[in-house]
Design a binder for this molecule. Sequence first.
Ligand SMILES: [Zn+2]
Length: 226
Amino acid sequence: MVIQIDGIPAEVVRKRMKTLRLTVLPPDGRVRISAPMLLPKSVILAFAESKAEWIRKQQEKMREREACRPAEMRFVSGEKLEVWGKTYILRVSEGTRWGLSLERETAMLTTRPGCTQEQREAHVNEWYRGMLKTEAARRLPVWEERTGLRCDSWQVKNMKTRWGTCNPNTRKVWLSLQLARKPLECLDYVILHELTHLKVRNHGKEFQAFLDRYMPDWRERRKQLK
Ligand SMILES: [Zn+2]
C-alpha cells in the first residue's frame, strides 16, 4: 500500500511488530513505513503526517550528500582529469601500448582496443600511483628532516575515504593515490599530518600546535581536500 504524506509517497509494509516505524532510505530518500498488521490506516496516516517536516529534512540531506559525491568517471574522451590540482580534458585513443601523457590542457590516454572502463580506470590509477610515489619520495624526507620525525616505511594505496593513515606502532605511513589529483601543497599537508601522528596519536591541541609550527596554513590546505 502506498499513502501520500503531504504530497510525499510512502510505502506501507505490514509486519508482525508492535510499533510503527518510518524510515527514509538512501540514496534517493524513499519513504517506508513498517506498521503492525492490524493497525488502522487512519492511525498510520496521522503518524506519517506528524513526521512530514522531518521527512523533508532527511530527503534534503540525502540530496545534498548525492550532490557532493563526484560523478563517476567513465574514462572516455571529453571528461575532466585532475592532476596535481590542474584540470585536463581527457582524450582517449586506441593504440598498441597503454600510455598517458599530459600536453597543455589535454590528458592523452592511449588504450588497447576493446578495453573496459575498469581497465582504463586501473591504468589511470597506476599512473597516479607512479606520480605520487615520485613526489612523495622527494617530499617525505624533506618533512622528516624539518620535523625530526621519521617513519620506517611508507606506501601508496588506493584509499577512497581517507587521504592518508599512519600506524605509530609500526611507524608506517600510507598515502592515498587519490592525492595525485590534488595540489601538491595538499600532499605536503598529508605527509606532515601523518608524520605528526608518530608523535601525537590524536588530533588534539598538541597535534594542532605541531602543525601550526611547521605549516601555519595547514587549515587552508585541509579545506582543499574536503
Ligand atoms: Zn590524523
